[in-house]
Design a protein around this ligand. Structure first.
Ligand SMILES: Cc1cc2nc3c(=O)[nH]c(=O)nc-3n(C[C@H](O)[C@H](O)[C@H](O)COP(=O)(O)O)c2cc1C
Length: 411
């Protein structure tokens, strides 16, 4: 099943394995780099049906990393080169489009951070203001413009990021949306921004671009969205007619490890952080890091039971993501009624993972979920600790400690 082609809206994937949007932090100076090219072409060569370039902002105010893409004219030739490289190896090219909302800082987005409502975000950490109605309309247009831009760059598919506590998710969640106008209050109102974005996106998609939406099944904390409301949101997305839904969960400013399970290697995170700009945050991390970023037990296929509830309620194509570490995992998800699967960690560890699953039906990823790649990605390019030369001993020890937690050697 995994290695049968799949018709995703107007495009055909050679198989059902998609590299999920996992932020590479390789767009140094906000432009595509040779590293980004090398990584995604390696994933394409490694057999994936489609690879997703992560976390590109539709405008400047939505940028939360210096190594992140945002839509602007100067990057067009390099993105075209990137999609050409992906196509040469027979894979389709997707790009995740979003806006970080309040998950940024003045120094990075070059303006006062904006969100659904005003407030203080402890995780960035920053004060932010609510978008005005005119700015909401402009942001909606920015999403539409970005679709045309990405088509010109050679992308086959767009993934709209509507989860994880970024801007669309900040509008959806009662935790971050305290607006008093027609964009806040009832769930119907909180869905308005998402609906406007997706309607605009579908208009620009025409009949040649595939559109996928990544959305939460739950936010992962008490005052956030729970599963019933998220099913209502998914049904609304279904009505708009996008081609598939990627089911995820978690909220980066409140329940970050709900997204992928496991623990944040705090020493690694603090080690790579710029020592001068965030010295007090490094200090806080050392002492109360695990309270700020709680561990979520990891197991393979960790979202499957929740995702099945969505499968029951929806007719549209669904893409499963979450703890796919082997061919057996992939086939289990597909047999449960999902149309495709997405893979994050296992393709960070090894861009050739899909080929290896094809060659050996019992193949299991060698990634053991230390989440070193995640901690590192906040400051440097995304990489597995086993690919880093001269890794400081204490970071290696930390990675091994977490690996042992999820994949004990004596089991
Ligand atoms: C290093 C790293 C960066 C990530 N960045 C993003 C991102 O930019 N956008 C997103 O939607 N998910 C992001 N994720 C989450 C993954 O796409 C995926 O949903 C999650 O890791 C679960 O899949 P997995 O168990 O196969 O890794 C990231 C994951 C990792 C490991």
């Amino acid at each position: 099943m995994l290695f049968t082609p799949y018709q995703l809206g107007p495009i055909t994937l050679r198989n059902r394995a998609i590299r999920s949007a996992a932020f590479e932090n390789m767009a140094y100076g906000n432009a595509p780099s040779q590293d980004l090219y090398n990584y995604h072409t390696a994933v394409a060569k490694g057999g994936a049906g489609m690879t997703t370039v992560a976390y590109c902002s539709v405008n400047r105010s939505g940028v939360s990393f210096d190594g992140q893409l945002y839509i602007h004219e100067e990057i067009k030739p390099a993105l075209k080169h990137l999609t050409d490289g992906i196509h040469e190896h027979g894979a389709k090219a997707s790009i995740q489009l979003g806006h970080c909302g309040n998950m940024t800082h003045f120094y990075t987005c070059k303006c006062m951070p904006v969100g659904a409502s005003s407030g203080f975000n402890l995780y960035s950490p920053t004060i932010h203001r609510a978008l005005t109605k005119e700015e909401i309309k402009q942001t909606v247009k920015d999403f539409g413009y970005a679709v045309d831009f990405c088509r010109e760059c050679g992308f086959d598919c767009i993934e709209i990021h509507a989860g994880h506590g970024y801007l669309i998710s900040q509008f959806l969640s009662p935790y971050t949306n305290r607006r008093k106008d027609e964009y806040g209050g009832s769930l119907e109102n909180r869905m308005r921004f998402m609906r406007e974005v997706l309607t605009e996106v579908m208009e620009h998609a025409g009949d040649d671009m595939a559109i996928v939406v990544k959305t939460n099944m739950y936010d992962g904390f008490k005052s956030g969205l729970q599963i019933d409301d998220c099913i209502t949101i998914a049904k609304e997305i279904e009505k708009i007619g996008v081609h598939a839904l990627v089911l995820t969960a978690g909220f980066v400013s409140k329940a970050p490890f709900t997204v992928m399970g496991g623990a944040m290697p705090i020493k690694t995170l603090a080690h790579y952080m710029n020592p001068w700009s965030f010295w007090w945050l490094r200090l806080a991390l050392r002492f109360v890091g695990h309270l700020m970023i709680p561990t979520v037990p990891f197991k393979e296929l960790f979202f499957l039971e929740s995702a099945k509830k969505f499968r029951k309620e929806l007719k549209m194509p669904l893409i499963y993501v979450g703890g796919i570490m082997s061919r057996e995992n992939a086939e289990t998800a597909l047999a449960a009624g999902f149309d495709c699967i997405q893979i994050g960690h296992a393709l960070v560890k090894d861009p050739d993972f899909v080929n290896k699953m094809q060659q050996d039906e019992h193949y299991h990823s060698t990634c053991k979920r230390s989440n070193y790649c995640v901690a590192r990605m906040y400051t440097l390019d995304m990489k597995c600790h086993e690919c880093v030369e001269n890794l400081p001993k204490y970071l290696e020890k930390e990675a091994l400690k977490y690996e042992e937690m999820w994949y004990p050697k004596n089991k």
